[in-house]
Design a protein. Structure first.
Length: 595
């Protein structure tokens, strides 16, 4: 079975390789036509599928599938070999372990029998040496236990399974054991009769020889089991050597299979890659447009197909580039002329902007001066307005003061009226006092004098109060007249303040308008400066564009020289291209002129 599993995969691989080689040989014989393609530099060998015919069956399979199939076969083979080796090794190990355990079990059982015989012999001698009944019974019990142990081991040994030789030995042991039964019983009777010496002689003469023969037979049985174990060890070593040999052969076969599969897979990949490299080298040499035949559906075929498309695309691109370089040269010349015209117009525009900027600077200076004068006038008007407001406030205070004076004059008039009343009352009292003094006669003369003086003072006080009242009345009238005039002056001052405030508002508006004009003119100046800067920048750009046009002409010439290295004669000539370069250039020139 193991041989079958080892040889079947190799046989199957040989069949597959033989079929592949037969098919490849038939395709090689069928493909005998030698194809070439022409190029200006000479004739290059056509990418002939004749030499790839032996791998055409593989060319129809993807590289990934090819690699997967090859490695899958190898891995399957390795797995089969490993599984077979593991199964064989495991079976051998199990068989060896089972046989070893069986032999060890037999050897151990035989040793138990040997031990039981020896222990029983000792117990039998001890029975013959004892004179005490309990001691004899105890030794007899030991003897019977060893006998029972011997018989159980004997039955176990038979149950383990014996070959013919072992059966003969076991039968011989059984016969020897039966031969000890009668002497044993006889010896026991002698012991019970206290004939220990006779019992000892019986044991030594009849039972011990039988036990010695039994031990010899048991040793033979143990030796047989030891020999079995040695044979098992030797067979295990032989099996290990055989497995090592089989695995070595299998490894060699695996390496050979891997080499064959790798060679087939590598050949199916490298040959198309060599063709692709040849195509790439030919394209790198500038030989475009040659015919490339592609067959197969794998990645290398796709690579050749892509190289073929690349060759065709490069042929078309190179043709277009050659045509484009001529058109670029014409366009760059016309752009250079347009840039020169634009440069002159830009310089004229820059000069005009400089003059405009100078005029705007003078106008800005004048407007700023007017704004400064308007601000000064506005400041003076505001100062006059503040003074008028303060004068109005002073007039108001004067009006209030005149009112206070008028009120004080009225209070003085009232006080004078009171004084006049007091003087009148004093006069009456003085008159009454004079009358009373006259009535008193000589005794009231001094009082009459005093009363006369008091009356005189009262009259004088009344006269003074009258004069003061007249003066105060006149002052009150004048104060009323002054108050009327002050009210009129306050009204006029309020009108003056309102007029001054209106003038201040107008001057403020004039100042704001001047500032706005100044700010607007500054914005215009900045705009003109920006326009001037942009004009200068445009002039620089025009110069750069002129330089770029010259560089583009040089680049177009160098590009034409570079493209001239490609040979397109094999592609059937350059493709005709319909262009509209000149109308577009005229449109560009018109846009430049408008600018």
């Amino acid at each position: 079975m193991v041989t079958f599993w080892l040889h079947f995969p190799l046989h199957w691989i040989n069949i597959c390789l033989s079929e592949a080689e037969d098919q490849a040989g038939q395709r090689c014989l069928a493909a005998t036509e030698d194809r070439t393609y022409a190029s200006p530099a000479g004739r290059f060998p056509q990418f002939d599928n004749k030499r790839m015919g032996d791998t055409m069956n593989l060319r129809n399979v993807k590289i990934g599938a090819r690699l997967g199939l090859g490695f899958g076969v190898l891995l399957t083979w390795v797995v089969v070999v490993l599984v077979a080796g593991i199964v064989i090794s495991d079976n051998a190990r199990r068989s060896h372990n089972d046989a070893t355990e069986h032999a060890n079990a037999k050897s151990a059982t035989a040793n138990i029998m040997r031990s039981a015989i020896l222990e029983g012999g000792i117990a039998m001698r001890n029975v013959g040496l004892q004179y005490s009944t309990p001691e004899m019974q105890r030794e007899e019990a030991k003897l019977r236990a060893q006998r029972k142990r011997f018989q159980e081991a004997q039955q176990k040994l038979i149950a383990l399974g014996l070959n013919d030789t072992e059966k003969k030995i076991v039968a011989q042991i059984a016969d020897l054991d039966k031969g000890t039964d009668a002497p044993f019983l006889e010896a026991m009777e002698m012991v019970k009769a206290y004939s220990n010496e006779a019992a000892g002689k019986l044991i030594s003469s009849r039972i011990d020889p039988l036990n010695q023969q039994t031990i010899v037979e048991i040793d033979k049985l143990v030796e047989i089991q030891q020999g079995v174990i040695r044979e098992l060890i030797a067979s295990s070593e032989d099996m290990g050597k055989a497995i090592t040999l089989v695995l070595s052969i299998t490894g060699i076969v695996t390496v050979l299979m891997g080499g064959i599969v790798s060679w087939l897979t590598t050949r199916s990949i490298t040959r198309p890659l060599q063709d692709a490299v040849a195509v790439a080298k030919r394209v790198a040499a500038g030989k475009l447009g040659a015919r490339i035949d592609v067959a197969g559906r794998d990645e290398t075929s796709e690579l050749l197909r892509a190289l073929k498309d690349m060759d065709q695309s490069l042929s078309s691109i190179v043709s277009q580039v050659r045509t484009g370089t001529d058109q670029i040269g014409i366009a760059s010349n016309e752009i250079s002329a347009g840039n020169a015209d634009l440069s002159q117009r830009t310089e004229s525009q820059a000069s005009a902007l400089e003059e405009t900027a100078s005029s705007m600077e003078e106008l800005t200076s004048t407007v700023k001066q007017n704004a400064s004068h308007a601000q000064e006038a506005n400041r003076l008007v505001r100062s006059a307005s503040d003074s008028a407001v303060k004068g109005g406030e002073v007039v108001g205070q004067v009006v209030a003061t005149m009112g206070s004076i008028k009120e004080s004059a009225r209070k003085i008039v009232d006080i004078i009226g009171v004084i006049d009343g007091i003087a009148f009352q004093t006069n009456i009292l003085a008159l009454n006092a004079a009358v009373e003094a006259a009535r008193a006669g000589e005794q009231g003369r001094g009082f009459a004098v005093v009363a006369a003086e008091v009356r005189t003072l009262a009259q004088r006080s009344a006269q003074a109060a009258k004069e003061i009242k007249e003066l105060i009345g006149d002052s009150v009238n004048k104060v009323e007249t002054g108050n009327t005039l002050v009210d009129s002056a306050g009204t006029q001052m309020e009108e003056i303040v309102a007029a001054v405030q209106r003038v201040a508002g107008i001057m403020n508006d004039i100042s704001d308008a001047s500032e706005e004009q100044s700010a607007g003119i500054e914005e215009i100046n900045r705009a003109i400066a920006t326009m001037d800067e942009m004009t200068q920048h445009n002039a620089a750009l025009v110069e750069e564009a002129a330089a770029a046009s010259a560089a583009m002409q040089d680049r177009a010439a160098s590009l034409g020289q570079a493209v001239a290295a490609f040979d397109l004669s094999a592609a059937g000539g350059m493709p005709q291209m319909v262009t509209e370069t000149r109308p577009r250039l005229r449109q560009v020139q018109g846009m430049i002129a408008q600018t």
